[in-house]
Design a protein around this ligand. Sequence first.
Ligand code: URP
Ligand code: ZN
Ligand code: ZN
Length: 577
Amino acid sequence: MACRFYLFFSLSLLLFAPSNSQSNQFCEAGIGYGEVGCGISSSTKLLIKGGTVVNAHHQEVADVYVEDGIIVAVKPNLKVSDGVKVIDATGKFVMPGGIDPHTHLAMEFMGTETIDDFFSGQAAALAGGTTMHIDFVIPVNGSLIAGLETYEEKAKKSCMDYGFHMAITKFDDIVSRDMEIIVKEKGINSFKFFLAYKGSLMVNDELLLEGLKRCKSLGALAMVHAENGDAVFEGQKRMIELGITGPEGHALSRPPVLEGEATARAIRLAGFVNTPLYVVHVMSIDAMEEIAKARKSGSNPSAISHFLKASQNLSLGTLNRVVKCISIARFSLRHIGQRVVGEPVVSGLVLDDSGLWDSDFATASKYVMSPPIRASGHDKALQGALSNGVLQLVGTDHCVFNSTQKAFGIDDFRKIPNGVNGIEERMHLVWNTMVESGQISITDYVRVTSTEWYALTVTLRYARIFNIYPRKGAIIAGSDADIIILNPNSSFEINARSHHSRTDTNVYEGRRGKGKVEVTIAGGHVVWENNELKVVPGSGKYIEMPPFNYLFSGIDKADASYLSSLNAPVKRSKSTT
Ligand code: URP
Ligand code: ZN
Ligand code: ZN
């Protein structure tokens, strides 16, 4: 993979020409997009001087020295030889590049394809300070392997590092076998189950249960899109019968209760199987509260029943001490009760549903995504949940269609392709909404935008073998040089004219705020500086992710305890009469 990176790097030097300073122009060799000539920085030695280096666990004023794509040293007052590019970061924050755990680039969906592919979407990401994303592979006619091959092809034009999740849309012996291949040979450690999109991606409870069991046996993280698809179908019929055919019908047909129901159901089924669960795009208070309850309650049935049985033989004093120890351990691990991870997305954190009622169809339809953007109040509650640890990491669900594609649903909201932008805007909006407002610290910002995903991918058992963390999500010697420099005193403004996505609208149009990503460094190369992108297709690397993250530790023991607590089957003598 590293060889491929440098091959494209060399090609980029041939392509290099003085670049134009307009912010929305960038190089896309060979695909007729972004006309100006460009290249990525030639310097493989960089010194970032005098900034505040922020990791998820710590921050300090230090210099960062990078060589050949790797961070070599992080120390104050580093001295380097001539020929090293020096970037002054005094008064700025030097942080790990963002990781977006939820994107859909070049995805075929609702009769069309998302307009950002693995080049344009990633270029937009880099301009906004995200240096890696994890995209969802959609099976082809249920086949995981065929789906993966299609995405491997799509991803050949990548200009930044990426990984994959895999969706499961049917279940049989072949899918079960292929899930093993996907985990053990292809570097994917998560599978997504859609509980909505009836008639296309949706799975029923029987399939979900099979999937959860298989995920557990492979050490893969099960993810759910949690909305009750049957009830959504009913809600859509109701709206059409009422003559509500516009974008507001989208929100009205799938209210928060349907998200809450599906979230609760998925959590309970994951608890029943005793496997970790990741709930994607948590959009409502209803869903968030289910996650909060599960994480707090310890609704893991095997653990609870074992604890109750064991506690029968303990004195009250001992029992108190045990409970206290458990509470301290849970608190310090930030892992409470059932193993459920909740992912808010930027649209859910900062928008409300008022746009869906706009009288202009193009404006209203750009906000259509699922689960829907909710009424005012849900956004603030989700921000609170992110700041108090009920929700853990922020994605975007970047899934963009232009206004021509959105117009497929001009007479019927059910045909508006679902999805909004965010891959370029996430880092700025999370900073402005969460850090500028004082809701989270700067170290927490690094955790929720970058490091947490890596924590999720790392297992104590495999960390040293696979060597992923702190390869990513950290600024320490030995990590990949995926770095951003954010100026807290500079400001950003978002609009469709200057963004780097191919779509012609932006759901954050006109938003301004404090804190701007002034420099993005990906794989040791400066790819964004002075509002100018220098990226080359093919330079991104596929990042394999090992199974059995830390959420799996102890699951086998809990299962064994549960089995030994059953006192069954009861041996009974056969009656002779
Ligand atoms: O509206 C959305 N969220 N589109 C992308 C597909 C999905 O549900 O994640
Ligand atoms: Zn979804
Ligand atoms: Zn999605």
